[in-house]
Design a protein around this ligand. Structure first.
Ligand SMILES: [Zn+2]
Length: 279
């Protein structure tokens, strides 16, 4: 056989392997992913959280510590997957991203989405961490955190830690910024599009505007004034209070609290926050 025949045979073999082996595998994989996405994400057999990360999680995450052993395992695997997906970048004098930064920021992301097992903030794959407040060239102000449509979540580590330390104040930078990311993610057309129940979300918005009006008139007694800035800020402040002051939130406005449990698919007041939805 001459060189030309060899090349033809090799090219034909590649074509046959691609058409009859690789393509069918891809189709089967996509079909499994399409129909069993939730099941796959719930079991997460390929993800294991490093023991040193688990130690940090157990030490600092009150939410994780309260979970049942089964939910703890789900939380760990979901966190491992989240960390594998995201790029953490130190900024503004911060020398490096520590294990604590990764685990604690990731733990807030999993906490917020614990009732939505398929949601991993797909659009937001870069997390910038500053040592302290940073100067934004766009707003020409100092910020403690922000989320931008370009796919960045930006946090001041100092403010993040302050929010975690004071865990029942209803002010938590990590929860606040990740709530913004969640609200935006829901509206972006990608694999994670529209996961928040549409009817519940519009009912929530209606009640939120009523609360915002109350705040503007000076009659707001539960949510801080900043929540009245716009609907996005209200949603973020709601999430902070939902996790940090759930009993007070529920007594203040039971209907709004109930809608929030449906949106986030969990209830922090229950011993198993996602139990009623998944079993
Ligand atoms: Zn905000």
């Amino acid at each position: 056989m001459d060189a030309f025949s060899y090349i033809t045979i090799i090219l034909l073999s590649i074509l046959i392997v691609f058409t009859f082996v690789i393509q069918p595998i891809r189709i089967v994989r996509d079909l499994i992913n399409h129909f069993y996405r939730d099941t796959l994400n719930r079991h997460l057999i390929f993800y294991r959280l490093k023991p040193r990360y688990k130690k940090i999680l157990g030490t600092y995450s009150i939410y994780y510590r309260k979970l049942t052993p089964k939910n703890k395992r789900v939380f760990e695997r979901r966190l491992a997957k989240f960390l594998a997906m995201k790029e953490f970048i130190p900024r503004g004098g911060l020398e490096k991203i520590t294990d604590e930064m990764k685990v604690l920021i990731g733990s807030k992301a999993i906490q917020i989405t614990f009732g939505h097992p398929s949601v991993y903030f797909e659009h937001f794959w870069r997390i910038l961490v500053y040592q302290d407040s940073y100067y934004s060239q766009i707003s020409r102000q100092y910020h403690k955190g922000e989320v931008n449509a370009g796919g960045f979540i930006i946090l001041s580590w100092k403010s993040f830690i302050e929010g975690m330390a004071d865990h029942d104040s209803g002010i938590n930078l990590g929860l606040h910024e990740l709530a913004h990311a969640l609200h935006i993610e829901n509206a972006i057309t990608n694999n994670e599009y529209n996961f928040l129940n549409e009817k519940k979300l519009s009912a929530f918005h209606e009640m939120a505007y009523a609360e915002m009006e109350r705040i503007k008139k000076g009659d707001g007694v539960f949510f801080r004034d900043y929540a009245a800035t716009n609907i996005h800020e209200f949603f973020a402040v709601m999430v902070e209070n939902f996790f940090e002051r759930p009993s007070e939130f529920k007594s203040y406005n039971p209907a709004l609290y109930a809608l929030s449990t449906h949106l986030l698919q969990q209830d922090p007041l229950l011993p198993d926050p996602i139990g009623q939805y998944f079993r």
